[in-house]
Design a protein around this ligand. Structure first.
Ligand SMILES: [Zn+2]
Length: 62
């Protein structure tokens, strides 16, 4: 499975900005507006992550 990175709201840098972390156990879903998104767990802190994806990225994850 491709590695997915997303901004983690808990893993912040020295400037308190969210940082890109690897999403583990991503679950890709498609909503009623045909938008793909992924939900998963932050590989660094274990917090919940959410990310909108392009159709191509979503299909690569499926
Ligand atoms: Zn995190």
């Amino acid at each position: 499975m491709a590695e997915l990175k997303a901004l983690c709201m808990k893993c912040r840098d020295a400037n308190k900005k969210p940082t890109m972390q690897t999403m583990t156990n991503p679950v890709v879903t498609k909503n009623e507006k045909n938008r793909y998104s992924a939900k998963g767990t932050c590989g660094t802190c274990g917090g919940n992550m959410f990310k909108f994806m392009s159709e191509a990225d979503a299909k690569a994850m499926m």
